[in-house]
Design a protein around this ligand. Structure first.
Ligand SMILES: [Zn+2]
Length: 342
């Protein structure tokens, strides 16, 4: 096989009957080319598309090395290597949900979709479903409350735009509401997300910016300041007048004034679904803010109920706001994507 330096170690089986060439081609030169020697029969069983591709290869044609047919994938080298290893190297695509490798995951998803390798496409989507819920109440649970990728702690801004792009590319639209919601969390109060969005291919980036704007308007509509102001104005405690302030037993009505309405709303609007977490998954600090605001039990209860109603409304309207099919259709698409049947 001539030069062995370009053999991919994990993907070179001496008795393999097909050579896969990956790497960029610049004119007649191949830059960074790598070769794998694998089993044709195995690939043919993985997908009808691959079976078709491989069945047309000639063993005596021009593109052979030592009598072994060569197939070239036109895709990015690193993507192809991740994908081939996911198929051939045991355990390579097993990932702890707390330590997902985004490059590996997205490469495997993209190519499994393109070449119709159903089992790997499904597994990739299962990983994504593990941190992009389709039910707003799941956002509030502990399971989803923590960052699922250690790398996310460092580079959360770069993570979601490529997932958004691929979800659109492969038609896994049920992932979009979760992606948009998470990005809206990260973006609130930050402009650096815009850089990541501008790296999306056109016209995806323009439509994306427009959608984020619509989502933020939907949030304002579902959680309007007026309804929270009016809850406290009808506080069950009675207002106290100037003289009562010296009466240590008297507690002022919550409607008297907000300590910091703007801050409260800012926190709520940044992450409404998790403002009041459940199962200890509190995130955006609704409970702390109740204490800071010194709200009575009655007002707290009414505020929580109002936020809960807002969450249900927001989540229900989110697909339409994003130009997506209704939840009923998105959930059916998810079930189909994650099913075992081809
Ligand atoms: Zn009150």
């Amino acid at each position: 096989m001539g030069d062995t330096n370009n053999h991919v170690e994990d993907l070179w089986f001496p008795d393999g009957n097909i050579i896969i060439r990956v790497g960029e081609r610049v004119g007649a030169e191949r830059v960074g080319e790598r070769v794998c020697r694998v089993y044709k029969g195995f690939f043919a069983t993985q997908s009808p598309v691959l079976a078709d591709m491989l069945s047309t290869l000639q063993t005596n044609g021009r593109d052979t090395v030592g009598g072994i047919p060569v197939v070239t994938f036109p895709d990015e080298r690193e993507d192809v290597l991740h994908w081939l290893k996911a198929m051939l190297v045991p355990g390579y695509f097993d990932m702890d949900r707390n330590r997902i490798d985004p490059d590996k995951l997205l490469a495997v998803l993209r190519l499994s979709h393109k070449y119709d390798v159903h089992a790997l496409r499904r597994r990739s989507l299962e990983y994504l479903a593990g941190f992009l819920p389709v039910d707003y109440q799941d956002f509030q649970s502990k399971h989803y409350a923590h960052n699922v990728m250690s790398r996310l702690d460092n580079a959360p801004l770069d993570f979601y735009p490529p997932i958004y792009a691929i979800a659109r590319e492969i038609g896994a639209l049920w992932l979009i509401p979760g992606i948009i919601y998470k990005m809206q969390n990260i973006m609130s109060g930050k402009t650096s997300m815009l850089d990541a969005i501008h790296r999306l291919p056109m016209p995806l980036n323009a439509s994306f910016v427009k959608r984020m704007d619509k989502v933020s308007r939907l949030i304002t509509r579902c959680f309007p300041s007026s309804s929270f102001i009016s809850i406290r104005q009808s506080c069950p405690r009675s207002p106290i007048d100037y003289y009562d302030e010296y009466d240590s037993d008297a507690e002022p009505s919550c409607g008297t004034q907000w300590y910091d309405l703007d801050f409260w709303l800012q926190r709520l609007h940044a992450d409404p679904l998790r403002f009041y977490g459940r199962d200890g998954g509190a995130w955006a600090g609704g409970a702390d803010m109740e204490e800071e605001e010194g709200m009575c039990d009655g007002c707290c209860k009414a505020m929580r109920a109002r936020v809960e109603r807002g969450c249900a409304k927001f989540w229900d309207e989110l697909p339409k706001c994003l130009g997506l099919p209704a939840w009923k259709h998105l959930l059916a698409a998810k079930a189909k994507d994650l099913s075992n049947i081809d």
